[in-house]
Design a protein around this ligand. Sequence first.
Ligand SMILES: [Zn+2]
Ligand SMILES: [Zn+2]
Length: 220
Amino acid sequence: MRKEGFLPTASKSLLHVVWPSSCPVCGRLAVKVCPDCLRSLCEFFSRFCVECGRGAPCARHPDGLICCSVSAYGGANRDVIHVMKYAGGRNVASMMGELMAEILPRPDVDFLVPTPLHKDSAREYNQSELIAGGASRVWNIPVKNSLRWVLGSRSQASKNGRDERALPDDAMESDYKIRGGRVLLVDDVCTTGNTLLAAKKALSRAGAEIAGAMVWSRSV
Ligand SMILES: [Zn+2]
Ligand SMILES: [Zn+2]
């Protein structure tokens, strides 16, 4: 029985040795993801309340954080996101930001603020920062890296389920210096919303006005 799947798997492995990457959408070799394939994933626009996950505007949270996402999580997109985060997909992250800025209306904000990497992260780059950089080039709005985690990722609540155990208010901190400035939060994926809400609290404490958030994809 196991032999049936052996050859295709072995062939794929061999191909990856010769061409270490292939587009998760169309399978084209020697690319992380084709620009056109990435664009084809942007077919699921969503605007939602981060506090409860319902569509925006939200009657329950009239002052809640509103987030826009441009693609559906899952299928090839899940693989694209994995490549973007873990397989050297810096350029994919930048392209995602550019696409988001082409699709979404330009926000009336002073800065784009990416969510930070976790304190104990061994990752070489922050994909949220690269996404923000891509959007920054299209919108001509500067990126401000002003957030950092106070909590280590191990001390965070479980990510199972929606926000039964929200993070403490001081899970993140900001060195934002311009009181009254407006910002748009940028992240790659919104799952429970806890990260974006921690970012919002940190920036609010620092005196910023949070206009909203944008993510490539929403995982629910
Ligand atoms: Zn492709
Ligand atoms: Zn809500």
